[in-house]
Design a protein around this ligand. Sequence first.
Ligand code: ADP
Ligand code: MG
Length: 147
Amino acid sequence: PTEACCIGGPVIKGFGRGSKVLGIPTANLSTEGYASLLSEHPSGVYFGWAGLSTRGVYKMVMSIGWNPYFNNAEKTIEPWLLHEFNEDFYGEELRLVIVGYIRPEVNFPSLESLIAKIHEDREIAEGALDLPIYSKHKDDPYLKSSL
Ligand code: ADP
Ligand code: MG
């Protein structure tokens, strides 16, 4: 894959909203160094593979954008890893290979409708990532190059 597909770095602290308010934890990455990538790609929901240095490779569905519901001033990169973890992994090296785009970022009239849409996004990502054209990227060496 081309460079544009790949984002990595240590998992940083966000606003703590993912798991606490939505029931959807998102492992935030620093946007530093990714300014051009972020400006060249539309804000919205993407999917792909996430490699965690000490754990493995997982499906992920991700928001890149301003989170209009929360009125953020800056764009964030927030993948939800589609796996149950027993603990947090702040500071761990996280590698993302983004393989597809689901929808543009939109505002929602309520938290319930936002949460429902994110679960729909997750189902789309889960299914798409089983297709050969997307599943093959699970073996991308970038996901494991921090090991
Ligand atoms: P923050 O605002 O600090 O990003 P969140 O509420 O979004 O907090 O929770 C994200 C944190 O939860 C991650 O940094 C990670 O350490 C942990 N976490 C646990 N399970 C997951 C998961 N399945 N996907 C993403 N992050 C997870
Ligand atoms: Mg988060």
